[in-house]
Design a protein around this ligand. Structure first.
Ligand code: PLP
Length: 337
């Protein structure tokens, strides 16, 4: 099978860059959802702890249980809230509040404009009341920005909306006897890159930690370094005569006599099959010849190991998608080290 190399020095470098912006490691929540953006959930949890991070963000309770030994606090974005000392749950709807277990730690998600998840601002009072009635422990109010990585002022408009929410919450909680601290957070990687993080109690850092910014170049972006590279191993080598065809459909026709090898990566490993639309060029400049099979690709090389990509942003541009998708598609069964 193909394999993935994780560059620890680059991961620590990226985390250092962001921790200089936040001025504390404690306020960074490393986002480890979806197998840590394809990097390997447990490995990245371990490295995050080694760096000194104490908070993580995942999608499910199942993921949280796996990384529990490495963190003090874990925010779970998309699962039913259960009462667990170190877990807090994002509540995406009134329905989520109703289904939450009593005494669970919760963070209310407010829809400030993305219209994907969260309670509308109009429902805020109702939600706060319901949380109180259900005896949930409100520890956070959060929102998600829809356009932080787009060249527009929308991010600022949404931040203003969130400020309104903060004021409203402060007002309705002022007569509350419980003195539970509530944190407010809205920053993902792109927001953290564009705005000052100094006053942020908590940021939810995903793609930036893995080395990418999908922001247009106009923004002064930190010097981030890719953490993941994808490699394939040689299975066999053969000689092709001019005119012989390669792979399914014989889509590639040898323009001359050449030596090609089969490598152990395919769409079954999560590598996109779009080669027939746009020929993919590997990190070392080798075009993938013909169609991508379920478990194999063919390249004009005899090297034992080939680096398929070491920059998911560039790979995504070739494949017509974003860095996030290229990485999260990579099968969890691929060995990572
Ligand atoms: C995935 C996610 C993030 C991280 O976003 P990046 O762009 O990868 O930094 C932050 N917050 C929420 C709610 C998310 O779902």
């Amino acid at each position: 099978m193909a394999f993935i190399k994780i560059n620890r020095a680059n991961f620590f470098h990226n985390l250092t860059e962001f921790s200089l912006k936040t001025s504390s490691k404690e306020s960074i929540g490393i986002v480890l959802k979806d197998n840590a953006y394809g990097h390997g959930l447990e490995l990245m949890a371990q490295l995050s702890k080694e760096f000194g991070l104490v908070q993580a963000v995942v999608r499910t309770t199942k993921e949280a249980r796996i990384v529990e030994p490495y963190f003090q606090q874990i925010l779970i974005l998309g699962d039913r809230a259960i009462a667990e000392e170190n877990f807090s749950y994002a509540l995406n709807s009134l329905e989520d509040i109703k289904q939450a277990d009593e005494a669970s730690l919760v963070e209310l998600k407010i829809d400030t404009g993305m219209h994907r998840n969260g309670i509308s601002i109009d429902e805020l009072e109702k939600a706060l009341l319901l949380i109180k009635e259900k005896n949930l422990l409100l520890v956070g109010i959060m929102t998600h920005n829809r356009s932080a990585d787009v060249l527009s002022s929308e991010l600022f408009w949404q931040q203003k909306q969130f400020e309104k929410v903060q004021k409203q919450v402060a007002m309705s909680m002022s007569d509350n006897t419980s003195s539970q601290h509530i944190r407010f957070h809205s920053f993902n990687s792109a927001s953290s890159l564009r705005l000052s993080c100094e006053n942020q109690e908590f940021i939810r850092l995903g793609i930036g930690a893995y080395g990418y910014s999908e922001l247009p170049n106009i923004y002064e972006v930190l010097d981030l370094k890719p953490v993941l590279s994808l490699w394939a191993k040689k299975i066999s080598t053969r000689n092709l005569k001019k005119g012989e065809r390669v792979g399914y459909g014989g889509a590639y026709i040898a323009p001359r006599d050449m030596i090609v090898s089969t490598y152990n990566l395919g769409y079954g490993d999560g590598w996109m099959r779009s080669n027939h639309v746009n020929t993919f060029i590997t990190a070392e400049g080798l075009p993938i010849l013909g169609r991508v099979s379920m478990d194999y690709i063919i390249l004009e090389s005899t090297q034992d190991e080939i680096c398929i990509f070491d920059n998911a942003l560039e790979a995504g541009q070739q494949l017509g998608t974003i860095s996030y998708e290229v990485m999260t598609l990579l099968s969890g069964d691929i060995m990572r080290y």
